[in-house]
Design a binder for this molecule. Structure first.
Ligand code: NAP
Ligand code: GCO
Length: 265
């Protein structure tokens, strides 16, 4: 059984992984035996990321690369392949959110979210798929969201992008499944990371942000997720254990999508 989930001999690129969900996924891959490359935007955070991996005994190669820029992505992928000889696993994790009511949102803000959360996974996947075809195998994991299924106030661009990413996932599966490439998504619930920090901020009177009790009430597990909650599902989707799982979105949400909500007392 152990071997089924092993990533020994594999090389993985996790985008946007100097902290947060990407960091937890990449660390889990390394524990399962993979070599790790990651990138983000800021050189400072990238350096901190390399140090954070080192503290866990992981020798991760960090790239400063904007995933919305095709040339930069191509250079990074070429360098990873040159360094390690192959690239077996891609996790499209880098993402942003802008919480702005739709009628107040500029088209440039809307486009920026679509660019990072939807166009970039297209760009990075497009850069690795020809290599994976040559290799004869490949795993692509797209980090989707509750907003791949649900809407909510202020997140129109994010929901449009993450809904689109769900369908890009199914399309990559449809188009390249015959080359032994599996493309699946993970849809995290509400996870405690810098992205959701504004929703968990303490109020001036010391109480929790009202969003905290809203999310707990919506989540049968009655808690926020931790980045580590994504580790097992990601290793599963990156390993041979999932070789006939394709085009699937695995929601890791403490039960949010299964739940109609608490009945009033
Ligand atoms: P986070 O804490 O905000 O981290 C996002 C990462 O993406 C950072 O490393 C950031 O790098 C990187 N990034 C952003 N734009 C980039 C670009 N253009 N090029 C390269 N890197 C870029 O986010 P998170 O909460 O860990 O979320 C990770 C993914 O999961 C995102 O796709 C998010 O939408 C999704 N997700 C999050 C939750 C949640 O509750 N937290 C739930 C569902 C889905 P810099 O630091 O250098 O900017
Ligand atoms: C929000 C949140 C979400 C989550 C996540 C849920 O403002 O509603 O930031 O969108 O981060 O993607 O799965």
């Amino acid at each position: 059984m152990d071997n089924l989930f092993s990533l020994e001999g594999k090389v993985a690129l996790v985008t946007g992984a100097s902290y947060g969900i990407g960091f937890a996924i990449a660390s889990a891959f390394a524990k399962a035996g993979a070599k790790i490359a990651f990138n983000d935007l800021s050189p400072e955070k990238n350096k901190m990321g390399v140090e954070a991996y080192k503290k866990l005994g992981i020798d991760a190669k960090g790239y400063v690369c904007d995933v919305t820029k095709e040339e930069q992505v191509k250079e990074m992928i070429d360098d990873i392949i040159k360094t390690y000889g192959h690239l077996d696993i891609l996790v499209n994790n880098a993402g942003i959110i802008k919480r702005i009511p739709m009628t107040d949102m500029s088209d440039s803000d809307f486009r920026q979210v679509i660019d990072v959360d939807l166009v970039a996974p297209f760009i990075v996947s497009k850069a690795v798929i020809p290599h994976m075809i040559k290799l004869g195998h490949g795993k692509i994991i797209n980090i989707c969201s509750m907003m791949s299924e649900l809407g909510r106030e202020t997140v129109s661009a994010y929901a449009a992008a993450k809904g689109g990413l769900k369908m890009l996932t199914r399309n990559i599966c449809s188009e390249y499944g015959e080359y032994n490439i599996q493309c699946n998504g993970i849809g995290p619930g509400y996870i405690a990371t810098p992205q959701t920090a504004p929703l968990r901020e303490k109020q001036a009177d010391g109480s929790m942000h009202p969003f905290d009790s809203f999310i707990r009430a919506k989540t049968p597990a009655n808690r926020w997720g931790n980045p580590e909650d994504l580790a097992g599902p990601a290793v599963f989707l990156a390993s041979d254990a999932s070789n006939f799982v394709n085009g699937h979105i695995l929601y890791v949400d403490g039960g949010i999508l299964a739940y109609i909500g608490k009945q009033p007392k």
